[in-house]
Design a protein around this ligand. Structure first.
Ligand code: ATP
Length: 135
């Protein structure tokens, strides 16, 4: 079994899609082991997105992710990392995510793509420690 960090980003929370995302996670058979609504400060946002430091969209990404409450969760199950990324769909909600995925069904713009899921065992470990240090 494996754990992954999932975020319902501020666009997902403000659009009332938290339940939809959690429902899809649960229907897939994955299990929630932590779940919290929180507003993140810039320091946490910078650490979370450290790999994107220097990219042209970095500033607006930080602004967006700190703009309002988000939902952070730790999700567990066999191949949970790949399983959630399959549920989420590709980063670009129109060009990459297909219908039937969270982004393919509900998003239009790359920045406002509703959810985050860790992309490897290394980033999952790093991100879970960052968001849920007591877990
Ligand atoms: P996440 O890490 O959020 O799961 P991802 O792994 O699909 O997304 P990354 O390439 O790691 O995509 O990008 C992280 C986030 O940065 C994206 O989810 C998106 O919100 C934002 N982002 C990525 N590329 C762009 C871009 N070209 N323009 C604006 N925002 C972008």
């Amino acid at each position: 079994t494996e754990r992954t960090l999932v975020l319902v980003k501020p666009d997902g929370v403000s659009r009332g899609l938290t339940g939809e995302v959690i429902s899809r996670i649960e229907r897939k058979g994955l299990k929630l082991v932590a779940l919290e609504l929180r507003t993140v400060d810039r320091a946490l946002a910078e650490q979370h997105y450290a790999e994107h430091d220097g990219r042209p969209f970095f500033e607006s990404l930080l602004e967006f992710i700190t703009s309002g409450p988000l939902v952070a969760a730790v999700v567990e199950g066999p191949r949970a990392i790949a399983a959630f990324r399959q549920l989420a769909g590709g980063t670009d909600p129109v060009e990459k995510a297909t219908p039937g995925t969270i982004r393919g069904d509900f998003a239009l713009e790359t920045q406002f793509n509703l959810v985050h899921g860790s992309d490897s065992t290394e980033s999952a470990a790093r991100e879970i420690k960052l968001w849920f240090p007591d877990l």
